[in-house]
Design a protein around this ligand. Structure first.
Ligand code: SF4
Ligand code: SF4
Length: 300
């Protein structure tokens, strides 16, 4: 067995010890032309809605080697957050009911990055979690930890799509994973169930029609045409109807729903003060919507 294989196996074992349900390496190379063109066309249609940050850093997004000098590999990891059916918030998306994944996963991945740096003299790493301009689903699919379904989600076979993606760029060569075939059955359940008609049935999404975008990212009034069917922060419908998510829920302890979040209803949220909001959502992703955004959604 080559030393590359041994050290890659040790890194992947370390990622699993850190809580990843899937981990594999992708080569750190420019994104392929077809996927660059698809992304550019998506932006040109305005399907990213008000998320102007998605237009920025085009060069970095298309070539992850620019994110870390000398990067050769990307370790792609998936961490589960699916809530158990008897303990799901009626108001909040599963991903947002526990601790903020940015902070949690950075802590969990720190020992993995340390191991990667120790593995080879002079090796460097960079942990990327959501905020770096890296095409996370593209690289996860390239590494072979999952495939992208018609619901636009990265789906890990045997686990489902309720996973946070996180990556570690590395200056070393690795034993790269093999992309999976397209395992999405194209049953169309996600497309039919989407309340905003945001999914086009070919893998594309119009964020201006997506309740997840509208309830979390959108600033200002919600369009009158938008109906919020229950949830006021995020939307899990296109994941909940997907047969790949029907296995028992798996969730890291930090991401399990907090009792204080489970107890909330629309009325409590409508009357919440800023100190209540800060206390309830300390170290939580919900802070992104701010109290005013949450109360706007609760009243809609
Ligand atoms: S999150 Fe909800 S609104 Fe957005 S695409 Fe999925 S089902 Fe549609
Ligand atoms: S619901 Fe069906 S079409 Fe949609 S992602 Fe899942 S398997 Fe694919």
């Amino acid at each position: 067995m080559s030393s590359c294989l041994c050290r890659c196996d040790a890194v992947i074992a370390s990622a699993r010890e850190a809580g990843a349900v899937a981990a594999a390496f992708a080569p750190c190379l420019p994104v392929d032309d077809k996927n660059i063109a698809l992304y550019d066309a998506w932006l040109a249609r305005g399907a990213h809605a008000g998320m102007e940050y998605m237009e920025r850093y085009r060069e970095l997004r298309n070539d992850p080697r620019l994110l870390l000098y000398g990067a050769r590999s990307i370790l792609c990891c998936a961490f589960p957050y699916a809530q158990t059916p008897g303990r799901r918030s009626p108001l909040f998306s599963d991903y947002a009911v526990g601790d903020d994944y940015h902070e949690t996963l950075r802590k969990r991945l720190a020992p993995v990055a340390a191991l990667m740096e120790k593995a080879v003299d002079g090796a460097k790493t960079r942990i990327c979690i959501d905020t770096t301009p890296l095409r996370e689903r593209y690289w996860a699919a390239r590494a072979g930890i999952g495939f992208i379904g018609l619901n636009n989600q990265l789906i890990v076979p045997g686990i489902g799509s309720k996973v946070f993606l996180a990556e570690i760029l590395w200056t070393e060569e690795a034993d790269y994973g093999t992309p999976l075939p397209d395992l999405c059955s194209h049953c169309g359940a996600c497309v039919r169930a989407c309340p905003g008609r945001a999914l086009d049935g070919e893998g594309g999404i119009d964020c201006s029609r997506c309740l997840s975008y509208l309830t979390i990212e959108h600033r200002g009034d919600l369009p009158d045409s938008i109906h919020l069917p229950g949830r006021i922060y995020g939307c899990d419908i296109c994941q909940d109807v997907c047969p790949f998510n029907h296995d028992p829920a798996i969730c890291l302890p930090e991401f399990a729903v907090r009792d204080t979040v489970l107890a909330l209803d629309r009325e409590t949220i409508s009357e919440m003060t800023q100190p209540d909001f800060s206390a309830t959502f300390t170290h939580s992703a919900v802070k992104r919507a701010k109290l005013a955004g949450l109360q706007r959604n609760a009243r809609h």
